[in-house]
Design a protein around this ligand. Structure first.
Ligand code: AMP
Ligand code: MG
Length: 406
């Protein structure tokens, strides 16, 4: 049995090449850029007034109040203005180009309009360069504005529009298939007969994927026999990543591992010192990756976050896709049998002067109902059997931590 850290090391040394595609810039939201984007022009492209007021020579308004002749009005979008002569002012709007010669803009609140706009009284001095964004102040043509590897959010979309990028190169999202296994499973819209339960894992996993911006194909339920498993797995192997749940333990009908062998998949690990989730399997066929996650709902959820997310995130071009971790104070005594790194559901909240970790009651690794009360898990180190109230423990935030509420 390997440690969680060793499993991660194996996963990261088996990453296939990332794929790149070109998408319309509006569709790039949530993707990672696969190219540097350079400024296609200076921004601002002209000396730009940052507010509404009067543009002047700073030297003319050193001693105020002072009256100046108004030589015109400059509005945003009104073309480039003519030159401003010393001793004169021009009315100017936010975003409008400052005329040649002028070196400052005084805000409208410090200006009094006289003679129905023919003259203006400037009430306070303004320093040279004040309230003007020089040409190229925010970006110089040819300079990199967004680097390869940068995640695209709303501001990045604005930058693409600013520089006229109609299409951009991004890392492709991997294609993913989900396969549930188990003779006892029926679909959510079926009535379970005695001894049956509804398949919840496929839907949990596909939501976890959606939170990562990945739409997966659901291949249905494979029954616990080698033929059907082989047939459905072959379908899944047409995708970049296949995620299977159930059938990886040591039971008589846990055939997933056997079928991996039948299909000549290279099994890279098949047991991890993690709780829940010990029987997790990871295999590879050429560039295709296959995860066999345990069937218990919390085990499947946790092993997805610990092992599948770091891989898929990197395939999407992320450098640090792992769920964020932090530390907090445990609010209750906790015990566990040592030997495996354990992830226990918790409610983590900021109280007084720090993060407090309230361990949640959960019955076992099937108790997905109990798990719905968690916004995080805290990590019980594998060499410990007791953590005392007040101890500082490591926390792994769940992906929707910041929007979960109690
Ligand atoms: P297994 O890993 O196949 O031994 O399954 C372990 C436990 O998880 C069993 O109680 C299964 O009934 C349950 N289980 C397996 N697959 C699913 C699933 N897709 N949805 C809900 N429970 C499942
Ligand atoms: Mg099973």
């Amino acid at each position: 049995m390997i440690s969680v850290e060793e499993a991660l090391r194996i996963l990261l040394s088996n990453l296939p090449e990332r794929k790149v595609e070109q998408v319309p810039f509006q569709s790039a939201l949530g993707f990672i850029l696969a190219e540097d984007l350079v400024a296609t022009c200076d921004i601002p492209p002209f000396y730009r007034s940052t507010l509404d007021g009067y543009t002047v020579y700073a030297a003319d308004v050193e001693n105020t109040p002072v009256e100046l002749r108004v030589a015109g009005e400059i509005r945003a979008g009104g073309g480039m203005p003519g030159k401003l002569n010393p001793g004169e002012a021009m009315a100017i709007m936010t975003g409008a180009p400052v005329p040649e010669g002028a070196d400052a803009v005084q805000m409208i609140e410090q200006c009094e309009v006289l003679d129905t706009g023919k003259r203006v009284r400037i009430l306070a001095p303004v320093k040279a360069h004040e309230n003007i964004a020089p040409r190229g102040y925010e970006a110089k043509a040819g300079g990199i504005v967004l680097e390869c590897g940068h995640r695209v959010g709303p501001a990045e979309i604005a930058v693409m529009a600013t520089f006229g990028y109609g299409k951009v190169k991004v890392y492709s999202k991997p294609s993913v298939a989900i396969l549930a296994t188990g003779d006892e499973l029926v679909e959510f819209d079926e009535m379970p007969q005695p001894g049956q339960i509804r398949n919840s894992n496929a839907h949990c996993l596909s939501s976890q994927l959606r939170l990562m911006g990945i739409d997966a194909d659901y291949l249905g339920i494979a029954r616990d026999n080698r033929d059907e498993l082989r047939r459905k797995m072959l379908l899944g192997l047409e995708r970049d990543v296949l995620i299977i749940t159930g059938g990886v333990s040591m039971g008589e009908y846990d055939f997933v591992r056997n079928v991996f062998q039948d299909l000549d998949l290279k099994i890279l690990f098949s047991k991890v010192a993690i709780k829940p989730g010990k029987p997790t399997v990871f295999a590879r066929r050429e560039n295709g990756l296959i995860f066999g996650l345990p069937g218990n709902p919390i085990s499947a959820l946790i092993t997805f976050e610990c092992f599948v997310r770091p891989v898929l995130g990197r395939l999407c071009g992320m450098t640090k896709p792992d769920l964020p971790r932090m530390k907090g104070e445990l609010l209750a005594d906790m015990r566990q049998a040592p030997g495996r790194t354990a992830f226990f559901p918790a409610w983590v909240a900021w109280q007084d002067d720090g993060w407090k970790v309230e361990p949640l009651a959960w019955k076992n690794s099937a108790d997905i109902i109990g798990f719905t009360r968690a916004n995080a898990t805290f990590i019980f180190p594998k060499d410990r059997d007791f953590l005392g109230r007040g101890e500082i423990v490591e926390i792994m935030l769940l992906p929707d931590f910041f929007v979960r509420q109690r």
